[in-house]
Design a protein around this ligand. Structure first.
Ligand code: BGC
Length: 996
């Protein structure tokens, strides 16, 4: 029998002591990770997934039969052999493993244990070929619909299995905490109950198809800037009552694995943190599956002892050498560092126990997924162990059904924020005689999903919103389109560019003496950079390699047509851009257009501020190894270069202002194309003028706007005020068009909250999020009323950049960014120190926001948001009545019953939300929200119909985490239940006394 991790040497959070002392004192080196109730098969899973038949003793026996190197093979990632550079040349999309999955564990064929293939999520299955791109998870959360979540999971589950995958790296359960967080679109909103219910639905759905889900990123990875180093200081109550609660629901739904995070929590890295992985995840949340590191998030071999079972993406810390040495020789005591507490000596036997435990936990989950049936104990054993995997659906047969699911979930998430004078739904009559005008970039360049590891390359042939609107209006009512926005710009001219001066130095680049001759000349300095990294598919290394291609000066970066970047090379252009005076003002956009590249990146101002970048992965048929949000779907609209894709970077530049540029492209097996363009401010004015002129003659205008969420950087970098704005000059466009046409409707394709300085000037606002590959059709269906929107905001939209939880009111920063970011709910150095050395989120104090995240913060501080959490309109209206509350805490909770009536004239979905107020009986040291969400239900009612709804509030929801008790305690006494249509709109409320 193996010890639990809690009995292996590890850090204790409080006082950073080591448990090994206690363990040694009691002699408890052997304990059980096995069920205490006998040797039943581990497959009596609550969610009913999998048919694995192995008992825990049989799983232990399999571990016991492995050689040391086979065991080590199970705990560190490797490259799937068919995905190697050589093999992919002859790779077909249908070949097993030939699909570019994110991770691979080899298994042990000798024992009949198959490899584990892992695909990224959570917006679908992300592989080297096209797949159904589902709506971004934030849109799923906006559905407030557990059934939709289950359907989402089932869809991905089937597709994952059909593409030979075993583990889905999703859902992402981190909360929206930081309103400009780069991955907010990948998450399930700001409330842990909502996120937990939606995640649980996804887990149940995906695992019902046999695909193991992986909840990520444990824990508190709610931001992208500095994600690998930032230390999140968080108190116990906040930890338990916010994100951990969401993980808990998904774990209770049976999630098979958890990914530990890059960031540090209370000083210790997420994947080496025995408190979060041991005490919280294993003990308090009762997680029984395996833990896998985020890619590159393991820092030490001892992370294995501290609770991480697998190191991804490759094994330098959990390598054969490191772990063999540890098991054979033990490891000496290690002194404390900034990121790790001191470590006691660990004996070889203890290392072996830790390894056995990790492998056992992996096998436990594989068994549930039916993956061990080819072993000697399995139902498919044929006399000799042979890896066996369950039958997989044929991918092609899923495509049509998956598209339907993607469309209906995008419709479920559609959130109507404003609809004055019933400007929506549109009628065909609106489009008569050219009455309907569509504009804005994402009307034609569909925004499918955000960028980064969540990005799925969608099937070809999806329909843009404009095309879907035109089709719905019908040929007799032609709908016109005016961009309103210069989507393409023009080449940046040599006159604005100058080559770097080696003598003056250049960020992250030591120029060679041969480059001296170029200094200050017009254009950018071009160099070939190492191609070794090209072959491996990695990003180009920063090492200079003049190579066979001599350095040269390029007046413009324009490698298209006959002049291209040779296959299997990588180029880098560097230099200064000096902004000329422009009559249109100071808002500039830089654009990278590319084609056939493996990857491309534009760094602005040098790598030290790497968040200021745009990156484009490969498109359309290869995996995008890097970051690609709108960029991947935004195509060139330039008739001369229609096949290119593009990404933009917006910035303000005054006349004469200089910025460093660092542009790179990696060409794959065939030549790549690249252009560096810009959109000067006066182009913007021209585009707006054209839009305004057209808007004046239209009956209604539907204007599409977007934000650009992507992994790797928060929106606006460290500048929240900028990050909360729609990029580019979209606000100016909307303001001007709204002034020209009183019937303007804005359709938002954003992954999270944006400021809307024009909100009162427009008649309608429809938030469609990043709606996936069927988003165009879904958008048209909602606009024309084929579908009645019923989505609700899973996040609060602030009224201004300073009226939100992450703005520090004590800030005295007067620097250019002019804002004081905090993380999470924690004040940075105060007064805020611009450019503080380690990170602008350097934390000096404990939580000040505490449990008051999202809407709870707005309620606590009496701040009026632009749109509150839970908000969303319908084309009909609902009333709420007959609220009653029954039960007690000891009777496992209370039932809240009420009636909802559709008081309008069309069928629609209501989403009653139940909030509960604080308890008078809890100690003052326990933080309590004015209202916290404890229940919701999405119901569809015909016009005039009523339905009684009963929602159960369980004991934990009636409790708060009390640090003093190190546990949940019930909040008894007089409490209030609110039922309404959003967090600020309690339609009915009732007091009751909660008895213990
Ligand atoms: C991301 C994970 C992702 C992994 C594999 C990491 O950088 O944080 O969410 O699953 O890469 O692609």
């Amino acid at each position: 029998m193996f010890p639990s991790r809690a009995q292996l040497p590890q850090a204790s959070r409080k006082g950073r002591r080591w448990r090994v002392a206690a363990v040694a004192a009691t002699g408890l080196l052997v304990a059980s990770i096995l069920p205490t109730t006998g040797d039943a098969a581990t497959t009596a899973a609550k969610s009913g997934w999998g048919q694995g038949t192995l008992t825990s003793s049989q799983l232990l026996s399999l571990v016991g039969q492995m050689t040391l190197s086979e065991e080590i093979g199970m705990v560190h990632g490797e490259g799937d052999p068919p995905n190697s550079a050589a093999a992919t040349a002859s790779c077909t999309a249908s070949a097993v493993g030939c699909v570019g999955e994110a991770g691979w564990i080899p298994g042990v064929a000798r024992l009949g244990i198959p490899p584990l293939r892992m695909t990224d999520g959570p917006a679908g299955v992300r592989l080297a070929h096209v797949e159904t791109e589902m709506p971004a998870p934030v849109g799923l959360a906006a559905s407030f619909d557990s059934a939709a979540a289950q359907q989402y999971g089932e869809t991905v589950g089937q597709a994952g299995r059909a593409t030979d995958q075993d583990v889905w790296l999703g859902p992402m359960v981190n909360e929206v905490n930081y309103p400009t967080g780069g991955r907010n679109f990948e998450t399930l909103g700001e409330d842990p109950y909502l996120a937990g219910q939606i995640a649980a639905g996804e887990v149940t759905g995906a695992q019902s198809q046999g695909l193991i889900t992986e909840l990520k990123h444990f824990i508190e990875n709610d931001f992208e800037n500095g994600r690998s180093s930032t230390n999140v200081l968080i108190d116990d109550q906040t930890l338990h009552e916010t994100e951990a609660l969401a993980f808990q629901s998904a774990i209770q739904a049976g999630a098979g694995s958890v990914m530990c995070s890059y960031n540090r929590v209370n000083y210790v890295y997420g994947c080496g943190n025995s408190t979060t992985l041991g005490e919280v995840l294993r003990e308090q949340l009762a997680f029984g599956g395996f833990v896998q590191s985020d890619w590159g998030a393991v820092h030490k071999t001892t992370d294995l002892v501290n609770g991480d079972d697998i190191e991804q993406s490759s094994g330098s810390n959990f390598s054969v050498t490191a772990l063999t040495n540890a098991v054979q020789n033990g490891t000496p005591a290690v002194a404390a560092t900034a990121d790790y507490p001191a470590y006691p000596a660990i004996s070889g036997a203890q290392w072996k126990q830790a390894l056995d435990t990790a492998v056992y936990q992996i096998l436990t989950t594989m068994n549930k997924a039916d993956l061990l049936e080819g072993t000697q104990y399995g139902s498919h054993f044929t006399g000799a162990p042979t890896p066996w995997v369950p039958a997989r659906a044929d991918l092609a047969s899923l495509q049509a059904g998956d598209a339907k699911a993607a469309e209906s979930i995008a419709e479920d998430g559609a959130t109507l924020l404003k609809n004055d004078d019933t400007v929506l739904p549109l009628a065909k009559a609106d489009a008569k005689k050219g009455g309907l005008l569509v504009m804005g970039p994402t009307a034609v360049a569909s925004y499918y999903g955000g960028g980064g590891s969540a990005h799925v390359t969608p099937y070809d042939g999806s329909v843009s919103p404009l095309t879907a609107i035109q089709a719905t209006a019908g040929a007799a009512n032609p709908v016109s389109y005016v961009p309103g926005y210069d989507l393409d710009g023009q080449l940046v001219p040599a006159s604005a560019l100058s080559a770097p001066d080696p003598a003056a130095g250049y960020p992250n680049w030591t120029l060679t003496s041969t480059d001296t001759g170029f200094a200050g000349k017009p254009g950018l300095l071009r160099q070939e950079i190492t191609t070794a990294s090209v072959a491996s598919g990695a990003q180009p290394v920063l090492d200079l390699d003049p190579g066979a291609t001599p350095d040269q000066l390029d007046g413009t970066v324009n490698y298209t047509g006959a002049s291209t970047i040779p296959a299997n090379t990588a180029f880098r252009w560097s230099g200064l851009l000096t902004a000329p005076a422009n009559p249109g003002g100071t808002n500039w956009q830089l654009k990278v257009f590319v084609g056939n590249q493996t990857s491309s990146q534009l760094f602005v101002d040098g790598l030290a501020t790497a968040q200021r970048r745009v990156s484009i992965g490969a498109y359309p048929k290869a995996p995008s190894s890097s970051y690609a949000g709108l960029s991947e779907t935004a195509r060139s609209h330039d008739p001369a270069n229609p096949a290119l894709q593009q990404a933009s970077y917006s910035t303000t530049l005054t006349a004469g202002q200089q910025i460093h540029l660092d542009l790179r492209v990696v060409a794959g097996a065939s030549p790549a194309q690249i252009q560096l363009r810009w959109v000067p401010p006066d182009n913007q004015a021209a585009a707006i003028n054209q839009a305004v002129a057209a808007a004046k003659t239209a009956k209604k205008v539907v204007l599409f706007a977007y934000d650009d969420g992507q992994e790797g950087s928060d929106r606006g970098g460290s500048d929240q005020a900028a990050g909360l704005q729609l990029p580019g000059y979209q606000n100016d466009l909307i303001g001007a068009v709204a002034a020209a046409n009183p019937n303007t409707v804005v359709v938002l394709n954003t992954g999270d909250a944006v400021l809307m300085p024009w909100a009162s000037a427009v008649k309608g606002i429809l938030e469609m999020w990043y709606p996936g590959q069927e988003g165009g059709t879904a958008t048209a269906n909602v606009l024309f009323g084929k579908v009645n929107p019923g989505g609700k905001l899973p996040i609060t939209f602030p009224a201004s950049a300073t009226q939100q939880p992450m703005y520090d009111p004590n800030c005295t920063d007067t620097s250019a960014t002019g804002n004081c970011p905090m993380y999470p709910g924690v004040v940075g150095p105060s007064p805020y120190v611009a450019g503080a050395t380690t990170s602008y989120r350097t934390i000096t104090g404990m939580s000040v926001n505490g449990i008051y995240e999202g809407y709870r913060w707005y309620d606590e501080h009496g701040v009026q948001p632009l749109f509150p959490f839970g908000y969303g309109l319908s084309y009909t209206s609902f009333s709420y009545s007959k609220l009653s509350i029954k039960g007690s805490a000891s009777a496992s909770g209370v039932d809240v019953t009420f009636t909802v009536t559709n008081t309008g004239s069309v069928k629609g979905s209501a989403t009653p939300q139940v909030y509960i107020g604080p308890s008078p009986d809890l100690p003052g040291s326990v933080q309590q929200a004015l209202r916290k969400l404890v229940g919701f239900s999405r119901i569809t009612l015909a016009a005039g119909a009523s339905q009684a709804v009963t929602l159960h509030i369980n004991q934990q929801q009636l409790s708060s985490w009390a640090d003093a008790a190190n546990n949940w305690i019930v909040g008894t006494g007089d409490r209030t239940v609110y039922v309404g249509s959003d967090s600020r709109d309690p339609r009915v409320q009732k007091g009751f006394t909660l008895k213990s």
